[in-house]
Design a binder for this molecule. Sequence first.
Ligand code: FES
Length: 84
Amino acid sequence: MSEIVVDGEPLPFVEGQTVAAALVAAGRVAWRTTRVGRRPRGVFCGIGVCFDCLVTLDGARGQRACLVPARPGMTVTTEEGDDE
Ligand code: FES
């Protein structure tokens, strides 16, 4: 099983999973907060429409975790207070 690195911690994933699928499979339901009210967000639509699942992937902010396949060694940084 391969691993991505989420906020500095290794997280295993199955080939073919998106970043969001890997996070949900690990029990995470939220990985960012909204700018207003700091409300938790994770996967909502799962098809790239709602932008609730934004994360920073390999330094690129505002990426939709539900659309990007996990790759070995990919760094995932959760986002605080973003409404992008
Ligand atoms: S969950 Fe809606 S865009 Fe990713």
